[in-house]
Ligand binder design. Structure first.
Ligand code: GLN
Length: 474
């Protein structure tokens, strides 16, 4: 059997469509990698061993974060409260994947309801980073990122509310793309922060990223926030040329707290792009320092509202009681993990009467200021280059008792969600301790194309994306 782990996913698609390889071979190859390696990484919640009778597709394997509905399959969001609940319909993105011939290999681990940056907040236990299994893979799409990095699946879908695709992509050395808000339908994605959430691809390279974006993007009448904006053929943006494009480095992203290996690696990305004819300029995003606080008020407020539906009546877990209110309390008390409870408390507080204006409304105003910072910046530059995260993958347990330091992992990613902008993390080096480093591009609304073009050009002259971790338990 050929080793498929060093192939691009699009090459596997091509071999399948030209009958150079059978879908049983492909499935067998990845199933074996999952069986051999996932006991060390724990990236899957569930590996699908059954083939659905409707599955007549090409057999292109993919993993799906466990907060995206797949009809008739269990969907858990890594929470006890959804225990036993099966999705009654396909998310729009799942329908599109099935139609395009994909085979869903299983559901991927995550932080409960996507609350977190480490995949430690999962009722199934943590996922481990394939580059060093004593470390976290990032989160909340940590299962998706770790599995793609270890080539247990050629690509995966995740979701990103404040960095949950990009930060794990940076920790695991893969490409993680958050499209413009409204670009991909949220229908069938279990909501965390409805004004922030987007589904997006995790891949090993930009060619695969463009392919998967082509499959999942587009207007959907089932999602009222889905944009009626034409979608380009993203494969046309796989252009090895950034001549004359203007790249901005926001000075606020290079201040205290940024690991020096990462700062150096981002400088090298800028040098590579400059060498290819791009123009590098310093820019300012003056309200950056308020982004974390703003995000945690807006995100928790929306989460507390979205999570009200999990009450023991309609879905999953019900802790029995003879009295209705007591049933709600016991079900929510036992069903939600500690981080989910913290978010519900914070959000309920900031939405409560008397505090609504002081917290929620004020956060919305600051959100507008953050958005305007980007509008100003994009008058001067075509794309913004930043680090994805202030550190490389940290140790499992290291930040578990310190939510504030965990929240600071998102410092460079959340502004793109608050402003609704497309952003991508891609591998750009390794730390002295041999851990992957991620760089981030942020673009104008609906300009996914420039991010693909920049990333593709960068990957034609570098090979960080082609390195595969040797998973060991030593
Ligand atoms: N890490 C961030 C949080 O904990 C972002 C999560 C996400 O994007 N889903 O909220």
């Amino acid at each position: 059997m050929n080793d498929l782990s060093s192939l691009k996913a699009v090459d596997i698609v091509q071999k399948l469509s030209q009958n150079q390889i059978t879908k049983e071979d492909v499935r067998g190859f990845f199933n074996k990698r999952i069986t051999d390696l996932d006991p060390y990484i724990h990236s899957f919640v569930k590996v699908f061993t059954h083939l659905s009778p409707a599955d007549t597709g090409l057999g292109i394997p993919i993993g799906i974060k466990d907060n995206i509905c797949i009809k008739d399959e269990e969907i858990t969001c890594a929470s006890r409260i959804l225990n036993g609940h099966r999705a009654v319909y396909d998310a729009t993105v799942i329908g599109k994947l099935k139609q395009a011939g994909f085979l869903i290999m299983g559901t991927m681990n995550m932080d409960e309801f996507a609350f977190g940056s480490s995949t430690e907040n999962s009722c199934y236990g943590p996922t481990r980073n394939p580059w060093d299994i004593t470390r976290v893979p990032g989160g909340s799409s940590g299962g998706s990122a770790a599995a793609v990095a270890a080539r247990l699946i050629p690509w995966a879908l995740g979701s990103d509310t404040g960095g949950s695709i990009r930060q794990p992509a940076s920790f695991c050395g893969v490409v993680g793309f958050k499209p413009t808000y409204g670009r991909v339908s949220r229908y069938g994605l279990i909501a965390f922060g409805s004004s922030l959430d987007q589904i997006g691809p995790l891949t090993t390279n930009f060619v695969d990223c463009a392919y998967l974006l082509n499959v999942i993007c587009g207007h959907d009448p089932y999602d009222s926030t889905s944009a009626q904006v034409d979608v380009a053929d993203f494969s046309k943006s796989l252009i090895d040329n950034v001549e004359g494009l203007k790249v901005g480095l926001p000075q606020e992203y290079f201040r205290q707290g940024l690991n020096s290996d990462i700062a150096k690696a981002i400088g090298e990305v800028a040098a590579v792009l400059k060498g290819r004819g791009a123009q590098i300029t310093n820019i300012s995003l003056p309200h950056t320092e308020y982004a974390v606080a703003t995000y945690y008020i807006v995100g928790c407020s929306e989460a507390s509202s979205n999570l009200q539906r999990f009450d023991g009546v309609k879905y999953g877990l019900r802790v029995k009681s003879s009295e209705l209110l007591d049933m709600y309390k016991k079900t929510r008390g036992e069903g939600f993990g500690p981080e989910s409870k913290r978010r519900i408390f914070l959000g309920t507080y900031s939405l409560s009467s008397g505090y609504y204006d002081a917290y929620y409304v004020r956060a919305l105003k600051v959100r507008t200021l953050i958005k305007r910072d980007f509008e100003e910046a994009f008058k001067q530059v075509d794309v913004i280059l930043t680090p994805t995260a202030p550190t490389c993958a940290f140790k499992i347990g290291e930040k578990a008792e310190d939510p504030l330091s965990m929240y600071l992992s998102d410092i460079y990613t959340i502004s793109a969600n608050l402003a609704g902008l497309p952003a991508v993390s891609f591998p750009c080096g390794f730390s002295k301790g041999s851990l992957p480093i991620g760089a981030q591009f942020i673009g104008r609304p609906f300009d996914e194309e420039i991010l693909i073009r920049m990333g593709y050009t960068y990957q034609t002259v570098t090979d960080f994306h082609a390195r595969i971790p040797l998973v060991t338990h030593g």
